[in-house]
Ligand binder design. Structure first.
Ligand code: GLU
Length: 302
């Protein structure tokens, strides 16, 4: 099988309906892929059943259709792929690159220094779980070295995982596989060459790059889109039921998303979505995108 030159994806978690922030990620990843004649896949990241909202996956997919997005291949669901994730966890364990950890959140909070991404795990269970009877998570061993991502919009982004994150969880103690692990496996299995998503995930990229290195996977190219924030500076997010987009008026939301991404707008309001997409795919300029979070007037100031 030949490797495509561009294969992108949109990977929503079904924790609510499509909201403005995820519409921006869908528009950015779709236009970047289509502009470069690439493929665009849709993957539902329904790993964490405790956060899933019933009906959210089909609502997101219906909205994508109403907005005129079209994807390549079958939609994939992470919940159908747990055997694959389990195999990789076993492989990392047998290579001595991962280990069981019995620390509770409380123990970690008591021992660890707080970093930007939460407590930096101090490696307490590296030489064996402290409490063998406790349900354990699995952590991957990090190394004391700088990992750098070259992002097309955010520029160079580095983290020293051992110092800033600590050994991180790849399977939780409740048995669910962690996002960091699943996303790396799926991107590799689906031969994703370009990851375009929100900047809230930029700080996860070094963990993902590290796992790609450990597992011998190729490295996708990254573009992290600016976050949409409300009038108070808070990120719009679907968990807060913020700013759901109205699939009945797709043209308005799409034009707003294009404006947010600082894309050229058609000289006249297109009469059909096909016309808008055709125009925007040709006109796409990823170098116009701003790195900084942008205010979007979806929820008017009280
Ligand atoms: N599932 C994640 C979300 O909905 C996106 C993951 C990714 O694009 O890597 O925020």
């Amino acid at each position: 099988m030949t490797t495509p030159t561009y294969r992108g994806r949109f990977a929503p978690s079904p924790t609510g309906s499509l909201h403005f922030g995820s519409l921006v990620a869908a528009v950015g990843s779709f236009l970047d892929a289509r502009h470069y004649s690439g493929e665009w896949l849709v993957r539902i990241e329904d790993l964490d059943r405790t956060r899933e909202v019933a009906g959210a996956a089909s609502s997101i997919l219906n909205s994508l259709e109403n907005f005129g997005f079209y994807w390549d291949g079958e939609i994939t669901y992470q919940s159908h792929r747990t055997d694959l994730y389990a195999e990789v966890v076993d492989r990392l364990l047998s290579l001595g690159l991962a280990y069981p950890c019995s620390c509770s959140r409380k123990t970690i909070q008591a021992q660890a220094v707080l970093g930007d991404e939460g407590p930096i795990y101090p490696g307490t269970c590296r030489s064996g779980p402290i409490d063998r009877d406790m349900q354990h998570s699995i952590r991957v061993m990090t190394q004391d070295m700088e990992i750098t991502i070259q992002d097309r919009v955010q520029g160079s982004y580095s983290q020293n995982l051992a110092q800033e994150i600590g050994d991180f969880v790849i399977r939780r103690s409740d048995g669910f596989h962690a996002y960091q692990l699943a996303v790396v496996i799926d991107d590799a299995m689906q031969k994703i060459t370009h990851v375009v998503r929100g900047t809230d995930l930029l700080s996860s990229s070094p963990r993902q790059r590290y796992l790609q290195q450990l597992l011998g996977f190729s490295k996708p190219n990254y573009l992290h889109l600016p976050l949409a924030i409300d009038h108070t500076g808070r990120k719009l997010s679907k968990q807060d039921k913020d700013a759901p987009v109205d699939p009945k008026h797709p043209m308005d939301s799409l034009l707003l998303a294009l404006e947010f991404l600082r894309q050229p707008l058609p000289p006249e309001r297109p009469t059909t979505l096909d016309e808008l997409w055709h125009w925007s795919i040709n006109a796409w300029r990823s170098d116009n995108i701003s790195a900084k979070a942008n205010y979007v007037a979806i929820n008017p100031a009280p």
